[in-house]
Design a protein around this ligand. Structure first.
Ligand code: NAP
Length: 263
């Protein structure tokens, strides 16, 4: 149904775990050449080995998206290994919780530096290769938290995730003349290592608030990223897609109760 994107060069940040690993597996499975970027070498190596064992092409690269040196080295590694950069999935992110009053300046800076500045640095580093090709696809991993919803403890996180969408809209205009599109996936609650750290009570409460009755899988998000990277999505830019099992839809707890009771 879709044109093949086999052979395209893809950088995925935060690919050692969770959603990034799921995106990497998905792009690897359709024959893309994947550069897996994470801070932990062992994680990136094991995902690369897994993709290789399944017949795909993947390289592990250790970089910290908070630094220009790290993101520039990452972009250079993809150009050296694969001859260019067709697709960037700027996915690396952190979500430590801290309520206002207890949240420190360094808590705030850590989240903004990774999630928002890391997006800017990752995109900036990949632009020369994409502009040279007059082609590129950039997919940001944002969140429902910030752009659509709020949750106590995540004011800094919500600001970073909403900030990614503000960044995206102007980037999409600026990069349109180069045939580079910029779009975002907005996951709801997705079963990842990062989410598991929030504890069983949090996960149970989230499952109970999703109309489709389950947490999302990393493949649910990877499928949306793959769509934005496809030839068929060539005319879509500056857009965001919520993938949350309907979590943002109920107006109230009563709406969920009414759904469950069928009344
Ligand atoms: P995760 O399981 O904690 O994995 C995060 C990955 O990002 C790890 O490989 C981590 O590598 C990497 N990373 C973190 N900081 C980095 C940095 N400075 N430089 C390079 N890599 C870095 O997280 P996840 O749940 O998959 O979340 C991934 C993205 O989805 C984030 O942007 C998050 O905000 C977003 N999201 C997640 C959910 C969810 O429910 N899980 C919902 C909405 C949005 P190391 O472990 O080596 O540091």
């Amino acid at each position: 149904m879709f044109n093949s994107i086999k052979g395209r060069s893809v950088i995925i940040t935060g690919a050692g775990k969770g959603i990034g690993r799921g995106i990497a597996r998905r792009f690897g499975a359709v024959g893309c050449k994947v550069l897996l970027v994470a801070r932990t070498q062992g994680d990136a190596d094991s995902v690369a080995a897994e993709i290789g064992a399944a017949g795909g092409t993947a390289r592990a690269f250790v970089a910290d998206v908070r630094t220009a040196a790290g993101t520039q080295a990452m972009a250079q590694a993809a150009v050296d290994a694969f001859g260019g950069i067709d697709i960037l999935c700027a996915n690396a992110g952190i979500f430590p919780a801290a309520k206002l009053g207890a949240m420190t300046e360094s808590d705030f800076d850590a989240v903004i530096d990774t999630n928002l500045k890391g997006t800017f640095l990752s995109v900036s580093a990949c632009l020369p290769a994409m502009k040279a090709n007059k082609s590129g696809r950039i997919i940001l991993t944002s969140s429902i938290t910030g752009p659509v919803t709020g949750y106590p403890g995540w004011a800094h996180y919500g600001a970073s995730k909403a900030g990614q969408l503000g960044f995206m809209r102007t980037a999409a205009i600026e990069l349109a003349p180069f045939n580079i599109t910029v779009n975002a996936v907005l996951p709801g609650n997705i079963a990842t290592e990062g989410l598991a750290h929030l504890g069983a009570d949090y996960i149970r409460s989230m499952e109970a608030s999703v109309p489709l009755g389950r947490l999302g899988s990393v493949t649910d998000i990877a499928n949306a990223a793959l769509f934005f990277a496809s030839d068929e999505a060539a005319y879509i830019t500056g857009q965001s897609l919520i993938i949350d099992g309907g979590q943002v839809l109920p107006e109230s707890l009563a709406a969920l109760d009414a759904m469950r009771s069928g009344s």
